[in-house]
Design a protein around this ligand. Sequence first.
Ligand code: AMP
Ligand code: MG
Length: 409
Amino acid sequence: MLSFPDARRKVIEVVTTLVRDGRISQSVALDAALGRVLAAPIAADRDYPPFNRATRDGYAVRSSDLREAGAVLRLAGEIRAGQEFSRTIQAGECVQIMTGAAPPDGADAVEMIEYSRVVASGSAALVHFDRAAKTGQNIVPRGSEARAGQTLLNAGARLGYVELSLAAQVGCVEPEVWARPRVGILSTGDEVINAAETPGPLQIRNGNSFSLAAQVDSAGAEAVLLGNAPDEGGELKRRIAEGLKLDALVLSGGVSAGKYDLVEGVLAELGAEIYFDGVAIRPGRPAVFGECGGKPVFGLPGNPVSTMVTFELFVLPALDILSGTEPRPLPLLRAKLGAQLREKPGLAHFLPARIEWTSGEPVVTPVRWQGSGDVVALASANCFLVVHESKLDSEVGEWVDVMPRRGAL
Ligand code: AMP
Ligand code: MG
């Protein structure tokens, strides 16, 4: 059985080889581009900043006039952001300036308003400066952040809030992005019914299709809901074959050791190459990963917490690669343990837990749970405490790994 880092590496290695040319790109409106992956770079349309920019409210001065503290300069006017000052300032002059405005010709420094005071007003206004000024202070020179034509975002960059702001600032209002991979979601199980239906006493409403769709969509891919298949070979095979027409397929349920856990066998019948069918983790041990007709296919265990954890560990990096970007690293934090740990050997454990910073230090404490079916417990957690196989026992105050629950932290 693979460890979870090895299983993840395997997914990344295999899916990287599956990605072929012929990917489709499209331009999208910037306000609909959150989470999309650039198919073409975005360059600076002009220098940034486009002019020397004052970074403080204060006075534009010639630093040669403020070699020492206590200088007094003649106030020659004011410059608001977006306005131009029409003339060069002369020796002995200063101009009041606002953050974001361009200092006038002749000025090479801005002194903060906090270090200056008007000592005479009216037509002969004078400003006293409490300290000396250095050349260039409180001015960001034109082109110092980026030069016109310089690439600011490479193809393959995912558009988050930072990238969207940058694209907007350089006037790229319709970026070229890759089409999102379409990911089929097929739950399995004779007992599983649509959430809108009324369950019989032994039936279970389908939660996994909802969590998986949310995980797919929030990963920047497009979820395609394929419903629920019964634990019956013929029908399961037909539904899986249908799902494999999409860019990737994620199944839930039917991968454990039970007599009616048919998913892996059906995948094999369809000619899938199975790369792993077990990972040394709890929850999620029976997770299956394979490739069928050039498409990645995942058989995730049906217990909801297992489904969720194995998606984050194994499906997410695959979707990144299919989306045209680098697989995101596993986002592990470190925190101090809030309760003693004694976990069973042979597996790594992902325990629903809460991380808090109330004491000024990150402290993580597992929540009480009933195992991998317990979504109620997971809803009160904001992370998973990661207990590695190599260190199953830990004491209060020891540093441990934490995997944030996406959306909750
Ligand atoms: P399985 O992996 O098929 O053995 O299912 C393990 C457990 O997860 C069983 O208790 C199932 O009833 C439950 N389960 C399977 N699929 C779903 C689903 N789509 N939504 C909620 N629970 C499920
Ligand atoms: Mg089942």
